[in-house]
Design a protein around this ligand. Sequence first.
Ligand SMILES: Cc1cc2nc3c(=O)[nH]c(=O)nc-3n(C[C@H](O)[C@H](O)[C@H](O)COP(=O)(O)OP(=O)(O)OC[C@H]3O[C@@H](n4cnc5c(N)ncnc54)[C@H](O)[C@@H]3O)c2cc1C
Length: 459
Amino acid sequence: MQKREITILGAGLVGSLLAILFCKKGYKVHVIERRPDMRNANISAGRSINLAMSHRGWQALEKAGMKKDLEEIAIPMYGRQIHNLDGSQVFQAYGKNNEAIYSVSRGELNKKLIAAAENAGATFTFNAKCNKVDINSNILQLEVDGIAKTIQADLLVGSDGAFSSLRSAYTSLDRCDYQQFYIGHGYKELSIPNGANNSFLIEKEALHIWPRKNYMLIALPNIDGSFTLTLFFPFNGEPSFASVQNDEEIIQFFESQFGDAKKIMPQFLEEYKTNPTASLVTVKTNIWVYQSKSFLIGDAAHAIVPFYGQGMNAGFEDCAVLMDIIEKNEESNWETILQEYQNARKINGDAVAQLALNNFIEMRDLVADPIFLERKKIEKEIGLRYPKEYLSVYEMVSFSHTPYSVALGTAQAQEKLYNQIINYGGDFFENLKLDKFIAQLNTWIAEYTTEAQKIMANG
Ligand SMILES: Cc1cc2nc3c(=O)[nH]c(=O)nc-3n(C[C@H](O)[C@H](O)[C@H](O)COP(=O)(O)OP(=O)(O)OC[C@H]3O[C@@H](n4cnc5c(N)ncnc54)[C@H](O)[C@@H]3O)c2cc1C
């Protein structure tokens, strides 16, 4: 059977990875990208300079034969390094077996993916903005180097990000439920430069957080020894981007809230004043695919806030799952393939959106809360004692391919288990010395396991 020709809108992280995967399966792929070729132009990727890659991302890169290449530019982060207001620091490991998430340069990753897609046979048109899609005829109206052009697509992919032109065309369909909402916080990028001989001025292999209840500063390492910092801060209120504006206010704010970081941020004042303040959007839609003609993937289908470090990882997982579905259906019926893809991924797109929103509260506030820290210790002990039965939600999301929907559902079952442990009374670690408590704990774990299995079975 003649293979369909794939037209991909957007050469971002997801579109470029998908181009490689389709080429590897022998499809003819053409990618249309609004921006210039980032391999030649000195353009920033637009958003965060670096991002956290975790298990799902690595799995998809492996499928594309890109894992080794990317490992060379990835820095492991084994946990959170919490910077308290009094200057003290605490390290919280992410996993119980020394697992890590990885800091990767967005630009380098994107460039490597574009180059690999080209090597695999994909063609790219840069400086080509899609202005309109007719979803029935699959005719695209483009502006290429400023000149209007019309092209006909066979199988069209919308990987053109949170404000996708293809998704926008879907919104005219009957019963399209589309939702877009912003949180009240925005973000601004700042930096800690490298030290002598590209040394790291703070712990290299950690994701640093300065949690300050309603806002936070985070830092991820770069391979040149510098750190990229992101301030997640309310747009309005006290304090906020609106209230911290002039030199005096900015200096006073950093001095009082991020004193240890400020000492090694020589550019903070200039960067705060000149770097853009960006907003954070969540996008959901119930129509991911249209007949056998087109589909959405990555942020175009599910833009989420960045607090679980999962947006790209989820988009990469979309690509890997789609390839599995294509293999299973022997590339025959595209309507079936696309419907199966939507069924598999929509529920997980919604779940990861919720997990990401929930995690903002954990990152900016709870990580500094003694009750939360005690809970984490108990959770770690449970995980070590019952390794087959108990995986924390963080481990499910970041170190496994457990569906996001299952991770979200299991969070409630874990809450119940934790309450049972706490309501038993006494100190958990002392209780572990009592046979009676161990017997009770075994019963709770058995109940939890049954509940978790039910959640898994229902997806
Ligand atoms: C501050 C921040 C931090 C983040 N950190 C992480 C993290 O640590 N880990 C993680 O997994 N995710 C993270 N994310 C999310 C991640 O950036 C996105 O999920 C990811 O970039 C999605 O990739 P994409 O290819 O779907 O979309 P995009 O990266 O947005 O790419 C879309 C591409 O389409 C092009 N395009 C758009 N419109 C058109 C058009 N009309 N015509 C032609 N081309 C078009 C764009 O130029 C772009 O190249 C973060 C996001 C933010 C905002």
